[in-house]
Ligand binder design. Structure first.
Ligand code: CMP
Length: 140
């Protein structure tokens, strides 16, 4: 298995519910290594850039207004099979379909309030991580 980096977001619903510490604890206990972390509030245009792949979908306006509605944490992760490892820990996009023991099963309220985001490939992880971090910010 390859060591991969991926981007996690701990979304505004998690910050509003004050569960970002619980999410970070689950990340640390999973064995994924945090390389960098940053609290950010996205503007509407930054949110549209981040989720550009979803532009044109019916939920795009809700998605971008929600992700820019309050502070979030951007977290750069690294680990064995990092992209899939983080997506497995998050659970299914729709919390109603998420497996036991996952973050979305534990904390997610709905598909559009699902607590965390994760890159879907190594290629997209590179693009998404560069939105929040420079190479110099990663600490092993
Ligand atoms: P995320 O992993 O951040 O990637 C895109 C987000 O769009 C996804 O989590 C969901 O929160 C949201 N999303 C995906 N599908 C839908 C949908 N059908 N309705 C509303 N939001 C959605």
């Amino acid at each position: 298995m390859a060591t991969e980096r991926t981007l996690a977001l701990i979304k505004p619903d998690a910050v509003e519910s004050k569960i970002e510490g619980d999410v970070l604890a689950m990340i640390c206990q999973s064995g994924l290594n945090i390389l960098a972390i940053k609290k950010v509030k996205l503007s509407a245009s930054e949110a549209a850039l981040f989720y550009a792949v979803h532009d044109g979908k019916p939920f795009f306006a809700d998605l971008t207004s929600f992700i820019s509605s309050g502070p979030l944490y951007a977290v750069a992760l690294e680990g064995e099979n990092g992209v899939v490892s983080w997506r497995t820990l998050m659970g299914a996009t729709n919390p109603a379909e998420a497996a036991e023991g996952t973050i979305r099963k534990r904390f997610g309220k709905a598909i559009n309030r699902n607590v965390v985001h994760g890159s879907d490939s190594v290629e997209n992880a590179k693009i998404e991580m560069a939105i929040f971090f420079s190479e110099l910010e990663y600490v092993k």
